[in-house]
Design a protein around this ligand. Structure first.
Ligand SMILES: [Zn+2]
Length: 91
């Protein structure tokens, strides 16, 4: 649920939680009860920190690591993803 900032003309800014469908252009101030219009604020961006997807992927790999069916190919012997390239003549 997003947090919205409202600006009471007498008391100043205060924050309130509301769904995007339920938030209105103003709300009563919890201190004095005056009608406080909604303020304009910057969106809460998560810059520099791990995103939810990265955090979820890390937690998933720690608790249930990916299951492999074969060892990784030996270094220096790269196999192509396309099996038709295996039939091509070698230099
Ligand atoms: Zn107030």
């Amino acid at each position: 649920m997003p947090t919205y900032v409202f600006r009471c003309p007498a008391c100043g800014d205060f924050e309130a939680f509301a769904t995007m469908a339920a938030v209105g252009p103003s709300t009563p101030c919890p201190a004095c009860g005056a009608d406080a219009p909604r303020g304009v604020t910057a969106p809460g961006l998560n810059v520099g920190g791990p995103t939810h997807a990265m955090t979820a992927a890390h937690e998933r790999s720690a608790g249930a690591p990916a299951v492999v069916t074969a060892p990784p190919p030996a270094p220096g012997r790269r196999r192509s993803a396309d099996p038709r390239q295996a039939r091509l003549p070698r230099p």
